[in-house]
Design a binder for this molecule. Structure first.
Ligand code: FO1
Length: 326
């Protein structure tokens, strides 16, 4: 069986471990969000690709959720002493090696999909990892920045409306600055990375991981050609709700969904994705067993959705495959 999975970072990575556990002999392609990618200290950082690669490669820090286990922070400490900005984004010593290799290959002219394949030769994630696009397409967040002086002390002037990089909003401000809008910078020139449309078209089933519906899955769907391939493809598309009991299982989707006018509920997200027959994404929608959802034209099933370990996640994946009648 061929399975394509649309995925963001930490939640997507955990879900993919469940896919691998449920379907060890199947051909799995993960199409991963790159809207979170950022260049800092001259290094190209791809948080979602790395979360998936490290997690499936057994090298992730499971408590922190991102980055490498057994990490050390000596370079970060030195950068801080130099006063090198930004100090709000932490790069570990082991992780920096990944960014150095990636940045060097990108600067030598290799596309991100080839770079990712090269990095994965080391980590052997057991699934094919594809960036959604080889072109830069970065999420920015429109916010009203409060007036402050150079030291960060509050000023008395009016707030300034600015678009800041997603990472600045998410990590520096912890998504606490109300977002006015999300903008995909570069999306007009972005095309699906090689293999993305082919993986969707050839799939027996497409699974939408319980990742952030706005800044992970929404970003992937923003790349021209991906939504169309899903709509036209023969494979059923089954989504897994990232919202349980009116709150995100992890991450801060509750700071993102209202910006699009979407209710923070399993039903809200299901209706936001919509049924394929109505021009939406889904054929099936998996919600947590304590949630109820009605999504026109979409078969909804309620099962336990907590990704507490690989067995629990594999059971979720099996339920998604049953919903696809596979
Ligand atoms: N998340 C944080 O909350 N703080 C950090 O300093 C941070 C650094 C970081 C470095 C590399 C990387 O791949 C991920 C990192 N993350 C960090 C996680 C990440 O940026 C976000 O959780 C995602 O982009 C949202 O999915």
């Amino acid at each position: 069986m061929r399975i394509a999975v649309l995925a963001g970072g930490i939640g997507g990575a955990r879900f993919l471990r469940g896919v691998r556990a449920a379907c060890p002999d199947d051909d799995v392609t993960a199409v991963v969000n790159t809207g979170d990618d950022v260049t800092l200290h001259g290094l190209r950082i791809c948080p979602d690709l790395d979360s998936v690669m490290y997690t499936l490669g057994g090298a992730h820090d499971s408590e922190r959720g991102w980055g490498r286990k057994d990490e050390t922070w000596r370079i970060k400490e030195e950068l801080t002493v130099y006063g090198a900005q930004p100090t709000w984004f932490s790069l570990g010593d082991l992780d920096i090696a990944t960014h150095l290799v990636r940045t060097r290959m990108l600067e030598a002219g290799y596309p991100l999909s080839d770079v990712t394949a090269a990095l994965c030769r080391r980590w052997q994630p057991g699934v094919r990892l594809l960036p959604m696009s080889d072109e830069r397409c970065e999420t920015h967040v429109v916010v009203d920045l409060p007036d402050e002086d150079d030291e960060g002390n509050p000023g008395t002037g009016p707030a300034k409306r600015r678009a800041i990089h997603f990472q600045e909003w998410w990590v520096r401000h912890r998504a606490a600055l109300p977002a006015q809008a999300f903008v995909q910078v570069g999306v007009d020139d972005a095309t699906p990375a090689p293999g993305v449309v082919e993986a969707i078209t050839a799939a027996d089933v497409v699974l939408v991981a319980p990742s952030n519906p706005v800044v992970s899955i929404g970003t992937i769907l923003g790349v021209a050609g991906i939504r169309e391939a899903l709509a036209a493809g023969p494979a059923p598309v089954i989504g897994v709700s990232p919202i349980v009991g009116g709150a995100p299982v992890r991450g801060m989707a509750d700071a993102c969904l209202p910006v699009l006018g979407v209710e923070v509920s399993a039903e809200g997200v299901g209706r936001h994705y919509g049924g394929r027959a109505d021009g939406g994404l889904l054929d099936g929608w998996l919600v947590h067993d304590t949630d109820a959802a009605s999504v026109p034209g979409v078969e909804v099933r309620a099962v336990p959705l907590m990704m507490t370990d690989d067995d629990a996640t594999a059971a979720m994946v099996k339920a998604a495959l049953e919903l696809a009648h596979l």
